[in-house]
Design a protein. Structure first.
Length: 334
């Protein structure tokens, strides 16, 4: 087929795959004027991911809350999906008023509205993987879990219980509903140290305690558990260590520890990257490692926006050594 240009990003359409080339975004004349005057836009170029995307691309679904600041929730999920060459769809479970400075309001969506969104998407845009984020109430968790029992694709459960600023996003009853109803349906559950402690009923202040909590969650019915342990890692060690528990074993997944306070939405972003890699057909352990490698780069390149805990850089390039999409590999091999 002939080449065609969409916006400012050139895509070469073939009958096998779409290669999205890594390139520097071309600034508009207004952006150039702003940059020449010393504005923030002059700080760094923006790069697109270097990923091979099958045509049509795989679909990933996020079922989560909205963050109007764009650093977390469905906004972060959709940015992450796009950067990983996945078409993203979204079901909004709650609305928030928040910024990098904090959360001032949380309004859960009506259960029938959430299910209506989910049903129309499942009927028309069947995902290859999905993730859940903040679900708010036990009744909503139970309703989503009821639909999830019919999923034929992997589900990543990010048990969002509290915001980065300390605002509660789930009640104790909601925590119990996640453990009872949703956790057994997940391909992997991705709690941070605080969430692992709340769900397992164990203290989690060290990596050893995190491993014990991960085993406890396996005993409670989880198929696999990824305890995000960056807050438990020491700066002197220089590594961010997560614990991956599955099949009765616990292994460390380590990468560089980035010293930054711009960590708003890292949990949402990490779980979305895992879901995106699963949508591409990777095995769970490969998906986790590829997602973590990208998150480290996103943290390193955090744009430093806002006056509080800022977001990561969702435009960070996917590492070349990250496993390629199996779907794209099949297309390329014919």
């Amino acid at each position: 087929m002939p080449e065609r240009r969409v916006g400012r990003e050139e895509h070469r359409f073939t009958d096998r795959a779409v290669a999205v080339s890594r390139r520097v975004a071309r600034p508009s004349s207004s952006h150039r004027r702003f940059a020449s005057s010393g504005g923030a836009l002059s700080r760094r170029p923006v790069y697109m991911a270097n990923v091979a995307v099958p045509s049509p691309p795989p679909i990933a679904l996020t079922i989560a809350g909205s963050d109007p600041s764009g650093g977390a929730g469905i906004q972060a999920d959709l940015k992450t999906f796009h950067q990983h060459g996945v078409y993203g769809t979204a079901v909004i479970t709650l609305l928030t008023a928040q910024s990098t400075r904090g959360v001032t309001r949380v309004d859960p969506s009506a259960i029938d509205l959430v299910l209506a969104q989910l049903d129309v998407l499942l009927d028309d845009l069947a995902p290859a993987a999905a993730k859940t984020g903040a679900l708010g109430t036990p009744e909503l968790i139970e309703a989503v879990a009821d639909r999830a029992r019919g999923f034929t694709f992997p589900l990543v459960v990010d048990p969002v219980l509290i915001s980065k600023h300390g605002a509660p996003l789930a009640t104790v009853d909601a925590q119990r509903a996640i453990a009872r109803e949703l956790m057994p349906l997940a391909a992997v559950i991705t709690p941070n140290a605080h969430e692992a402690a709340a769900l397992s009923g164990r203290e989690v202040k060290t990596l050893a305690q995190a491993a014990d909590a991960a085993r406890a969650l396996l005993d409670l019915g989880a198929r696999a558990v990824l305890v995000k342990g960056a807050t438990l890692s020491t700066a002197s060690d220089g590594r961010a260590i997560d614990l991956f528990a599955h099949d009765g074993t616990v292994e460390e997944i380590a990468d560089e520890l980035i010293a930054t306070h711009h960590t708003h939405g890292t949990g949402c972003t990490f779980s979305a990257a895992i879901a995106a890699q699963l949508a591409h057909g990777l095995a769970l352990d490969q998906a986790i490692r590829a997602a973590k490698a990208w998150l480290v780069e996103a943290l390193r390149r955090a744009p430093g926006i806002g006056h509080g805990i800022g977001p990561v850089d969702h435009f960070a390039p996917v590492r070349a050594e990250a496993p390629a999409s199996r779907a794209a590999q099949r297309l390329a091999s014919g």
